[in-house]
Design a binder for this molecule. Structure first.
Ligand code: XMP
Length: 517
């Protein structure tokens, strides 16, 4: 792999994604990973990421110069560029001037290898205080800016290069090309990380892991479990059983998507469990958000365990044990849980992942190495329909955490109808790719006066919560066109008789979370 050394900003995962977009497999490692350990993984190259520190600070993370003697190509970005300069004997100065944001880059020395054929002046995204004033010996300076004499350098013979700016962000329009030239030309790596190769490699890894045993997979209706299930199905066929628990908290059409579309696309064996009554009873009278989440998590586990036991009994008669449980864990979760930095538990997320250990399955996690966009591409490659592959995130506890107040069948029906209209209109307006998701929330304990038809009504408000986000950690409210808002509002109040008011949530995250509960 290409190892992306994380110097502690948010950029490392983005860089890893960009490296993969150049069709080269990459992994993120923490900056305190010893060089010997990196070398043990036989990296095709190492990329040093940006980070918040200054190389002049006491205790600032450093790059062990042994890395540069190992014959491994290295690319430094921002802080990584400065740390690299320092380790190689160049000069990093505290200039006192800060470059932040869009900056004009001037290409020098005909651009060298990295900047070849780029316009002499082009914009890049900067974010730094210190500057490199002198490149290390043997390095060619290939760009500068008004405030930074050395904005990029390279030594292609040694496979070393670096840039002060952030090539990984969209605000550096030529950034991806620069990264690609480093990987393909300076580091000489053959681009072979493609969707087809991902599928092939993953399928053979699954076959090797599972052997002749059987596996079970809980489908949630979401992208990740669907793609994980489809991959395992491709690998072991009907030795996989998929289980879908209908808890009655789904949106309109979601059960069909799994029951009909997933099966049609994959031919997988599917068991659908109707647990609507069980969840309705368990949620009766409950209004506290955390309590709702806990109940749903608990009931889900119970139902799934029972299904697993039933299947086990059936399979047992044929003499085969179900040994594996398929999970849709993604690479960012792997990086983040390995990162060790504890984040506060804001909401207890319910995922299929919360299954108890005494189920005694071994885990199969076919998406463990993949980013979300790769998962979607793999899903398409496996023939899953757009409705599944491009599906926006939907929380495990479903509509229960979008009915504010007690959850009843009637309230769910109201919310489901309003939600279907909002989704339909957003799709019709071509906005699905501009928004991350748009929860519709029913304020079931609030009533207000309205006039609908000829009479006074006393109905419920719904809230539209359109958000834009990269990763759901932070989000901004999406400025939807007024015409679209108008259509959604008119249709909901006309077609859903219990609702007489449509409101818009204009809170970013933080301070608001995306979901209301
Ligand atoms: P919040 O509300 O925490 O949501 O800003 C962040 C993202 O996570 C989704 N979400 C969940 N997903 N199980 C899930 O699988 C959950 O319990 C859960 N709660 C929130 C939410 O839709 C948003 O995309």
């Amino acid at each position: 792999p290409v190892l992306v050394v994380d110097f502690g900003a948010q950029y490392a995962q983005l860089i890893a994604r960009r490296v993969r977009e150049a069709q080269v497999y990459s992994e993120v490692v923490p900056h305190d990973t010893p060089v010997e350990e990196m070398l043990r993984r036989d990296p095709a190259a190492v990329v040093l990421s940006g980070g918040p520190a200054s190389v002049h600070e006491e205790g600032a993370p450093e790059v062990d110069d042994a890395l540069f003697r190992a014959g491994v190509p290295v690319f430094g970005i921002c802080y990584g560029f400065q740390a690299m300069t320092k380790a190689l004997g160049g000069t990093v100065e505290r200039t006192g001037t800060r470059e932040f944001g869009r900056t004009d880059l001037t290409v020098c020395a005909a651009g060298g290898t990295l900047h070849q054929e780029l316009p002499e002046h082009h914009p890049v995204w900067m974010s730094h205080g210190d500057s490199v004033s002198e490149a290390p010996d043997g390095f060619r300076v290939i760009a500068e800016t008004a405030d930074t004499p050395v904005a990029a350098f390279e030594n292609p013979e040694l496979g070393l290069a670096g840039v002060q700016y952030h090539p990984e962000v969209a605000h550096s329009p030529h950034g991806q090309g620069v990264l690609r030239r480093f990987l393909h030309e300076i580091a000489g790596i053959r681009p072979r990380w493609t969707t087809t190769s991902i599928v092939d490699e993953t399928v053979s890894a699954i076959r090797e892991q599972i052997g002749d045993a059987r596996a079970i997979c809980a489908l949630s209706g979401g992208v990740d479990s669907a793609v994980a299930g489809a991959l395992v199905n491709k690998a072991i066929g009907d030795r996989l059983t998929c289980v879908f628990v209908d808890h009655g908290l789904l949106r309109s059409g979601e059960r069909t998507q799994v029951e009909r579309d997933f099966v049609a696309a994959t031919g997988a064996r599917l068991v659908v469990i109707d647990a609507v009554q069980q969840f309705t009873d368990a949620l009766a009278g409950v209004t506290d958000p955390e309590e709702k989440r806990k109940i749903i998590g608990r009931e889900f586990i119970r139902t799934f365990e029972q299904a697993a036991r039933d299947l086990q009994t059936e399979a047992g008669e044929a003499g085969e044990r179900i040994e594996y449980l398929v999970q849709g864990t993604l690479y960012p979760d792997v990086v983040e849980s390995g990162g060790g930095t504890g984040t506060a538990n804001i909401k207890s997320h319910h995922n299929v992942g919360g299954l108890p250990e005494d189920l005694q399955f071994d885990l199969v996690e076919p998406l463990r190495a993949l980013f979300k966009d790769e998962v979607r591409r793999v899903g398409s490659e496996l023939g899953l329909p757009e409705t599944i592959v491009q599906r926006q995130p939907f929380p495990g506890p479903g509509l229960a955490i979008r009915v504010i107040g007690e959850v009843t069948q009637q309230r769910l029906a109201t919310l489901r109808a309003a939600d279907a209209i909002a989704r339909e209109e957003l799709t019709a307006a071509g906005l699905d790719h501009d928004i991350w998701q748009c929860p519709v929330v029913l304020l079931a304990d609030v009533q207000s006066v309205g006039v609908q038809g000829d009479g006074r009504t006393y109905g419920y408000p719904v809230v539209l919560r359109p958000v834009s986000s990269e990763d759901a950690m932070t989000a901004d409210w999406t400025r939807l066109p007024y015409e679209v808002l108008e259509r959604v509002s008119t249709r909901i109040t006309n077609e859903v008789s219990e609702v007489n008011r449509v409101t818009l949530d204009v809170t970013s995250k933080p301070p608001g979370t995306i979901e209301w509960e």
